[in-house]
Design a binder for this molecule. Structure first.
Ligand code: CA
Length: 361
């Protein structure tokens, strides 16, 4: 595997799909159809990101085809299921990492999994994430799916390595090349530096995934999200919210960097040019990642279709936007509240009619 240890910038010359970085006519946007892959263990920003994701699904801007967990922490998938369930989407397919991978202690995953209802009862009930993504991609239109990763790249490496099977005659790489429009990846350090987590902790998987990925990739590096501090305003959420609870367990409801939120926000609102006032995009180059040292470096190469987000709007303003999305309450609870209110007023009305009836009798 040593030849996979360094992601070669040459491979990006073989990219066949075009990068939709130009501003498209966004008048009639259909929801972004995406696969969301998260480690959801060591940091709370994954939880904030799940809230942002569901907020943007509720606003009609995105549709979740599948979610997956890239960490080996046994509570992480159950925690993600609890969050999906809270937002009224416990039935979204959820894949787990069946093979080896990275695991870390979580300050919140077990508690969220145990304290809140969830659709997924046991890890044994969940499919392998790479095989789930394979199934989901095979059923989609060509060049239509956006993949967002906010954790390790183990599942995406595994997806690329899948073989042709009953699901699709294409192998993993061909399937991605055919079905995926863009991969938005939280990871890296730009223009250069040492990778802090997502690429570093399963470095061989990261190097393989980046080297063999056949579509454009947009990176949100560690330098971007660290300046965007969110979480303190979550005190406004009801105590029944698992999002609030996770931040409470993680850091007592204080601010935390928003690395992962940037990737989901960009994947949904940015790919068609909708966030041009928020971030600039450095294009025409490629990421160079050394798996032995976790060193990342951007290299300008006009033919290449990697890109990374660059700060433009003041981070405090971006934080405000992201935190507002993190404060989103489940749509189904609005509907339930409305129903409760309607039932309530119907009950009052029934009582009133009875009183009236009693009086007239
Ligand atoms: Ca993460």
């Amino acid at each position: 595997m040593s030849h996979h240890a360094v992601a070669s910038p040459i491979t990006c010359l073989m990219l066949s799909t075009s990068l939709a970085f130009s501003v498209a006519a966004a008048a009639e946007r259909s929801p972004v159809r995406l696969i969301f892959d998260t480690d959801i263990q060591g940091d709370a920003d994954d939880v904030g990101t799940v809230a942002v994701l569901h907020a943007l699904v509720d606003s009609g801007e995105a549709e979740i085809l599948a979610t997956g967990v890239s960490s080996k922490n046994q509570w992480s998938p159950l925690c993600l299921s609890a969050l999906n369930t809270y937002f009224g989407r416990g039935d979204i397919p959820l894949g787990v990492l069946k093979g080896p991978g990275s695991s870390k202690r979580s300050r919140y995953a077990q508690q969220i999994a145990e304290e809140f209802p969830r659709e997924l009862k046991s890890l044994d009930d969940a499919p392998d994430a790479a095989m789930l993504y394979r199934r989901v991609l095979a059923a989609q239109e060509d060049n239509s799916v956006v993949i967002v990763s906010v954790g390790f790249l183990t599942n995406l490496r595994n997806l690329l390595m899948t073989k042709a099977d009953g699901v699709s005659p294409l192998d993993g790489r061909e399937l991605v090349a055919t079905k995926v429009k863009t991969w938005v990846c939280m990871g890296g350090q730009f223009p250069k530096g040492t990778e802090a987590c997502n690429m570093r902790r399963d470095a061989l998987a990261a190097a393989y995934a980046i080297e063999h990925w056949p579509t454009p990739i947009v990176f949100s590096g560690g330098e971007l999200g660290i300046q965007i501090q969110t979480g303190a305003r979550l005190t406004k959420l009801p105590v029944s919210s698992p999002v609030r609870r996770a931040y409470e367990l993680y850091n007592g409801l204080t601010n935390r960097a928003s690395w992962d939120q940037t990737a989901v926000l960009y994947a949904i609102r940015g790919l068609d040019g909708g966030l041009e006032d928020v971030w600039d995009l450095r294009t025409k180059g490629s990421i160079h990642f050394d798996a032995r040292t976790a060193h990342v470096e951007w290299r300008d190469r006009p033919q290449c279709k990697h890109a990374y987000l660059v700060k433009k709007m003041p981070p405090e303003q971006v934080a405000r936007m992201i935190e507002t999305l993190m404060l989103h309450l489940p749509k189904h609870s609005d509907e339930q509240d409305k129903k409760r209110r309607q039932n309530g007023s119907a009950a009052v009305q029934r009582k009133y009619s009875t009183v009236v009836a009693d009086k007239t009798e």
